[in-house]
Design a protein around this ligand. Sequence first.
Ligand code: GLA
Length: 751
Amino acid sequence: MPNQIKYQELHKEYPRYFWQTGKDETFTEDMKLFTLQSRNSTYALAVLEDGFICHVYYGKKIEDNDLSYLLRLDENPWTLKTNERDKGTFMDTLPFEYPCHGTGDYREPCLMINDRDGMSSCEIKYVSHRIYAGKPAIEGMPATFAGEGEASTLELLCKDEPSGLEVTLVYTVFHELDVIARSVRLKNASPDDINIKRVLSACVDFDTDKFDLITLNGSWARERVMERSRLHHGKQGIDSVRGESSHQNNPFFALVSNNTGEDTGEAYGFNFVYSGNFFAQAEVTQHKKTRAVMGINHFDFNWLLEPSETFSAPEVIMVYSSEGIGNMSRTFHDLYRNHLIRGEYKNKRRPVLINNWEATYFSFDTDKLISIARQASKLGIEMLVMDDGWFGRRDSDNSSLGDWFVYEKKIKGGLKYLVNEVNKLGMKFGIWFEPEMVSPDSELFREHPEWAIQIKGRYMSQSRGQYVLDYSNKEVRDHIYGMMKKILDSANIEYIKWDMNRQLTEAGSSSLPKNRQRELWHRYVLGVYDVMERLTSDYPHILLENCSGGGARFDPAMLYYSPQIWCSDDTDAIERLKIQHGTSICYPVSAMGAHVSDCPNHTVGRTTSFKTRGHVAMAGTFGYELDVTKIPEADRNSIPVQIEEFNEFNHLSREGDQYRIGNVFEDNMWDAWMFVSKDKSEALFTFVQVLGRPNYRSRRIKLKGLNEKTLYKNTESGEIHSGSALMNGGINISLHGDFSSKIIHFTAERF
Ligand code: GLA
C-alpha cells in the first residue's frame, strides 16, 4: 500500500451525555479512516459504522496518525446508532463526502436519481475500497495523469441498495504537488433502468464559512476577469448552461480565507476538467459551515443508465495552498504542464506564428498570404497560420461552414502549392477549422439538414449565421473528421486552430431516442473529445490550438488535447493585462495564446506601443496577428528584436514559476509579474505602466520568488544586488508615458 494513503480501522469508546435519558453513558463506534497525504496538504475522510462516508479534514499537512477526533468537536450525533429517532439532524449536519438527495441532507446534493418507481431519493453506503499506486484514466474523457511513483489512488465503492446504483468515488493524491483529483463512476447493478438526474464530481464540507469566493467571469473579449467576494449565508456559485465552458464563467473557483493575499494565507482551488455545462457552488449552511460542490450541470440533464451500464463523471482538480493565491496558481501550472498537457509540444518552445485574421479577415488569396509570409520569414517569424475563409465559398461568415474543401477562387493553385511556397520560405504552415459547425448556406447543410442540432417543429436559432452540428452522432463526427483528414493529408500542415464560435440552442438530436434527448449536452462534449483524440493521435506532430470566439473554452479538458488555447479575441495589450492575469490564476502561461496585433486595436480602438504589445504577448505563447507588409516600418523593424527576446526568455515563462506582483484588478495604474527558473538562477521581470502620473515617475517594486542570499545581476545595467535586497527593498522603475513597459532580466552571480 503506498504510504501517501493510509487506511485504518478504528474501534473507539466515547463518553457521552445522553440527553434523552439525562445520563452520562459511553458508546462505542467503529470507523474506517482514510488519510491522503501530499507534500504540504492532508485530506482525511471516514466511513462510519452505518456506512456513511464523511469528510474529516482538508488543509495544511498534519502528520498525526489519527484525525478522527475532529468529527466529535461538537455535540452532533455522528452515528445513527445513537440518534435513530432523528435521522434528519444526523443527515443535515454530517460533513458528507458525496451527499445524496432526499433522505434528510437539505444542503446541495451531488447525486439525484429517478428510479424504477419514479422516486428521486438515494443514499449511498460504503461497500469496499481499493488503494493502489498510480492514477486511472477516465474512459472517453480527458483527465490528469501520473507517472510511476507520482500518485496514489483511493477508490470507495458505495451502493444505494434500494435502487441498485453503485457509486465509486475516486481520489488521487499527487505526492509532490498539493493536488487531489476527484471523479465518480456510476454503475447500474439492478435489473431496471435508472435515470441519473444529477451526478456531480466533488464535494467538500468545510468546517467554516470564513471564506472569500474567487471566480473568473466575463464575456466575449473580456474573459476570466477575477472577482472576489465574501461568502454569506445561502448559495453562491457559477455555472454554464451554454453547451461549452463559456466566456461568462470559467469552470474554476477558489475559496480563500478572508485575509488571504497573493503570497500569504490559505487557498483552496477547484477546477473542472470539462468543456460543457458545469455547476460550481459554495453554500453557507445554517451552522456557518461551507459546502463546496462542482460537476456537470444538472440543469436540463438526464442520463438513462440501463442495467449494467456505467457512467463516468469528469474530474475535479482540488489544489491546496497555505501560501496564498500565487502558490495555488503555481501548483495548477505545474500540474497542467506536467500531468495534463500531452504531445510533442508539451515542453517545447512553440513556433513564432503570424495569423492572418486581424490582417485580412476574409479578404485574402494565395498571393496575399505568400506576400505576408515572404515579409514575415525575413523577420524571423516561423509559421504562417491561414485563418477563417479558405474553404467552401467562404467570403464572409454567412456561408460554407461544414464544407471543408479548398476554395479555389482564393487559394489559387490549391493548398499544396500554397503550403509548399510557405515551406520554401523556411516557414511552417497552419490552418483554421471550425469542425463543430455548419452554415445554413453550405453543401453539408443542404445534404444533411438533420445533422444540425435542432428540435423538430421549432425555429432553429442561428448565431453568427451558423448552426451547431450534432456531435453526439458518430456519423456526423466521422464525416467531418473524414473531410479534415483529406485536407491534412493533402499538404504539409503543422498547426491547427480549432475554433467554436457559437453556443447551443434548441438542444435536440435527430439521432437520439426520446428518452435520451437530455443526454445531448454531455454526449456533444464527449463527441468533441472523440474527434480531438482521433486528431491528436493520427497527427501527433501537429500543434493544436483551441479557440472559441476567443477564450470561451479555456478549460483544463481542452489542454489535454491542445497545449495552447487562444485567450481572447481582445488583443489590446492593456485589456490583456486583466485577461491574462485572470487566466493565470489557474492556467499556465505556456498555454495562453497571445499575439502582437495592429493599432489602433480592432476591439477597443486603443493605441499602445509595439514594445508594450510585445512584452504582454511574451507572457503567453507569442506570435503576430497583423499585416506585416502594412505596419509602420519602425514596428516592422522591431519584430526581429522581439523574437530574439522571446527566444531568449521563453524557457522562463514556459517552464519557470510565475509570480504576480501587480494586480490590475485592484490598482489599474500598473501591472508587473515575474518568471523565475525552477532553480532560481534566472528571472525575467515585466512591468507595464497603464497610466503615467506626475507623482509616479518612479515606483519601487518588490520582486518575488528569488533566493534571498543569491546575488543577482541586472543583465542590462550590470547592477548586482542580493535576492534579499531585490525582494525586500525592491527596484526603482521609472517610466514615462501611458501604456509604457519594461522587462529586466536577472541572472544569479554566485549560485
Ligand atoms: C473567432 C476566433 C478568431 C478568428 C475568427 C474567425 O472569433 O476567436 O480568432 O479565428 O473566429 O472567424
